[in-house]
Design a protein around this ligand. Structure first.
Ligand code: ADP
Ligand code: MG
Length: 221
């Protein structure tokens, strides 16, 4: 599903350069559950942003589902994300004024009416998949942290992505709630979803089948 060769990402801040990712090569097959781990500042989020087509590499090749996507325009990358990738972040990134159902419908609603029947049915199905069908009308402030992250996972699933990228998805949760969210990811992987889990926490990384370790922008193993 993913083949990266010699990916590098250099940020330029004024006159200074930060080499956040240095010549990373990796492959991830369909159906894998992979963790990307390493200390804070080692380049995990930067690499995830490149693999998620949120950002472009400074150097290197990135193939996703058979297409080279490392040099696409901003609009073309948005199209790739919408077609292939779901995202889950540490801080949920839900819109506070929208209900859980509306938040989950959002990726299907761009440019269309949010209330479309098919979009609504897909959003309900996604909320059922994460065990939150009984909280559809709640706004984020009316949900617990774990429930908010479930809404965010449902929103990531509603476009039926082939790849789920999760950046520190348990980072804002207590440990018991974090374990529930990791169990949900394991369950989604068992049902066929390819997952790349980004975490600085070795115990979280251990829930994946394979662990990739980064240090100072490089992939060690
Ligand atoms: P991690 O997710 O492993 O904590 P990051 O990918 O966020 O690491 O950061 C890797 C390095 O790149 C760090 O030194 C960080 O300060 C730097 N960095 C991250 N994002 C930016 C940015 N937008 N501009 C400049 N430097 C950045
Ligand atoms: Mg990070």
């Amino acid at each position: 599903m993913i083949t990266a060769r010699g990916l590098s990402k250099t940020y330029r801040l004024g006159g200074a350069e930060v080499q956040a990712v240095r010549s990373v090569s990796l492959s991830i097959a369909r159906g894998e559950h992979v963790a990307l781990t390493g200390a804070s500042g080692s380049g995990k989020s930067t690499l995830m942003h490149v693999l998620g087509c949120l950002d472009t590499p400074t150097r290197g090749e990135y193939w996703l589902n058979g297409a080279e996507v490392g040099r696409l325009s901003r609009d073309a990358r948005a199209g790739v994300r919408n077609a292939h990738i779901g995202f889950v972040f540490q801080n949920f990134n839900l819109l506070p004024r929208l209900s859980a159902l509306e938040n989950v419908q959002l990726p299907l609603g761009y440019g269309r009416r949010l209330g479309g029947k098919a979009a609504r049915a897909a959003a309900i199905a996604a909320l059922e998949r994460v065990g939150l069908a009984d909280r559809m009308r709640h706004r984020p402030a009316e949900l617990s942290g774990g429930q908010r992250q479930r809404v965010a996972i449902a929103r990531a699933l509603v476009t039926q992505p082939s790849l789920l990228l999760a950046d520190e998805p348990t980072g804002s949760l207590d440990s018991a709630t974090g374990r529930d969210i990791l169990a949900l990811l394991t369950e989604l992987n068992a049902a066929g979803l390819t997952i790349l889990l980004v975490t600085h926490d070795a115990a979280v990384a251990a829930t994946a089948h394979r662990v990739l370790l980064m240090a100072d922008g490089r992939l060690l193993e």
